[in-house]
Design a protein around this ligand. Structure first.
Ligand code: AMP
Length: 217
């Protein structure tokens, strides 16, 4: 089963993709997570991507397509994959179709998470992440049990992502509308798209997504 999550930053793609990947026992593939790890480890990839990420712009198609090309060959992708944050441009979407086709696979469903700008800004400014295990919290929707600390017992304090500042959020929204929004029409034209309102609790949105999967696959 191969699923793509679309939606603006802050719609909850990562959170929902993780829950669904656990439920379906398939791999979750987040280019944002892969890039952030590369930045943390100061690898050549991280050094190349860092500036673009910090300013809210997209990393080049070549780089992210290269990441995906390697990642989908990993053993944990055999049962299926959920892509979250990829593709973000039509060029990436074309590349993904081609890479999957080369493996005799295709996308089964594209879930589009829909959310108003005002709610996005509120969500992103209250998002906190754990630098050690990558767990994501929200001070309003999903606060950590102890202020500033990861529930998984990690020793590092929770932090706000550099690109979750208000200035960078508006750039990310601008980039989303210009580069990624056209993917909605692209996948709708292929009869793969289902839109879900991402306004609501994590559990409510997940229940809607599960309903959709149940009826689709
Ligand atoms: P995310 O965690 O998905 O919000 O991604 C954080 C940042 O990583 C984005 O603002 C981009 O700079 C970069 N990024 C992640 N995925 C992609 C992608 N598919 N294409 C280009 N840049 C990406």
């Amino acid at each position: 089963m191969i699923i793509v999550f679309l939606g603006p930053p802050g719609a909850g793609k990562g959170t929902q993709a993780k829950l669904l990947a656990e439920k379906l026992e398939i791999a979750q593939i987040s280019t944002g997570d892969i890039l952030r790890e590369a930045v943390r480890n100061k690898t050549p990839l991280g050094l190349k991507a860092q500036e673009k990420m910090n300013s809210g712009e997209l990393v080049s198609d070549d780089i992210v397509i290269g990441i995906i090309k390697d990642r989908i060959n990993a053993r944990d992708c055999g049962n299926g994959m959920i892509f979250d944050g990829f593709p973000r441009t039509i060029e990436q979407a074309d590349a993904l179709s081609q890479l999957l086709e080369n493996k005799g696979k295709k996308i089964d469903l594209v879930v589009n998470l829909d959310l108003d700008d005002q709610v996005i800004i509120e969500r992103l400014t209250s998002r906190r992440s754990c630098p050690t295990c990558g767990a994501v919290y929200n001070l309003v929707l999903k606060p950590p049990k102890q202020e500033g600390k990861c529930d998984n017992g990690c020793s590092t304090p929770l932090y706000r992502r550099d690109d979750d500042s208000e200035k960078v959020i508006s750039e990310r929204l601008r980039v989303y509308r210009a580069e990624s929004y056209p993917l909605i029409e692209f996948y709708d034209g292929k009869h793969l798209l289902k839109t879900v309102s991402a306004d609501g609790s994590i559990e409510d949105v997940f229940a809607k997504i599960r309903c959709l999967i149940g009826s689709e696959l």
